[in-house]
Write a protein that binds this ligand. Structure first.
Ligand code: SF4
Ligand code: SF4
Length: 279
């Protein structure tokens, strides 16, 4: 089963939910696809990390063949190519999505592809008593804007023999869609505030378009108002868990400790999320 943990906005406790859920279930793999700011490893402390570079493909032009027809630039949806007649085919690697279309449309067979490093993928194992968690996370190079190819490469490490928990980046943009696509279920983490509700609604819209079933975890329960609860009730969205705004939980977070380690009674509550998902 693949469970994505997402949130419409940052700072709601998405990673807290992902790692505590992971520590409450057997046979888990965590894929941290929040590649611009992965945090799961801070809580899970993986050992024996292996690091490998992650690449995307970018076009390179053979000027012995190119006749500056402009077909490659016309085909590129992302404006990553500009043809300067009789002079140059300018490639903007940071805009290139590595789709390969320009290579296919070039009538002169003048375009080939080369690799461009965009970050790294780290894999390791986290152990907590008798629980072992496999962790894979991507780390995008500073200044790199193309998160999606790295997310795809993190997801390529998915182990179908395990319960897979995907930590998704916050928001509703392309990296979120790349991370949640293919999931069996999405846990949306929110907080009971007007901002939380606004961003939750956006995330719900995305999941409905993607046709991925979802439920809500309310973090920092007790602050704000009841509008998130009312919205979920009106829309028939299950509330999977409430995590109170609690000093002990906040202290664990600030120390980089998943709070189920300090408060093991919560493991059962996190594990029950799976029962609710399967209902
Ligand atoms: S499509 Fe090929 S031949 Fe035409 S401008 Fe692009 S690289 Fe040159
Ligand atoms: S590979 Fe795709 S995105 Fe990149 S320049 Fe070619 S057409 Fe554009």
């Amino acid at each position: 089963m693949i469970i994505a943990v997402a949130s419409g906005k940052g700072g709601t406790g998405k990673t807290t939910v992902a790692v505590n859920l992971a520590l409450s279930l057997p046979n888990v793999q965590v894929l941290d696809c929040d590649v611009e700011e992965p945090n799961s490893h801070i809580f899970l402390n993986p050992v024996n990390e292996e690091i490998k570079p992650a690449y995307t493909r970018v076009p390179t032009v053979n000027y012995d063949r190119c006749d500056y027809c402009g077909k490659c630039a016309a085909a590129c949806e992302y404006n990553a190519l500009v043809v300067v007649p009789q002079k140059e085919v300018m490639v903007f690697p940071e805009l290139c999505h590595g789709c390969g279309l320009c290579t296919m449309v070039c009538p002169q067979d003048a375009i080939s592809e080369e690799q461009r490093e965009i970050g790294v993928i780290k894999t390791g194992k986290s152990s907590d008593g008798n629980i072992d968690i496999d962790l894979v996370y991507g780390l995008l190079n500073i200044g790199e804007v193309m998160a999606t190819p790295l997310i795809d490469q993190v997801k390529a490490e998915l182990n179908p023999e395990k319960t897979v928990i995907i930590d998704v980046s916050p928001g509703t943009a392309c990296p979120v869609i790349a991370a949640v696509q293919g999931s069996d279920y999405c846990v949306l983490v929110t907080e009971p505030t007007p901002f939380g509700l606004y961003d939750l609604r956006l995330a719900i819209e995305v999941l409905r378009v993607l046709k991925i079933p979802f439920g809500v975890v309310i973090n920092k329960a007790g602050i704000g108002d009841r509008k998130v609860y009312e919205h979920c009730e009106k829309e028939g969205i299950p509330i999977l868990l409430e995590i109170p705004h609690d000093k002990r939980i906040a202290r664990c977070y600030s120390e980089g400790v998943p709070f189920v380690k300090d408060m093991p009674e919560w493991k059962e509550r996190f594990a029950e999320i799976i029962d609710k998902i399967l209902l």
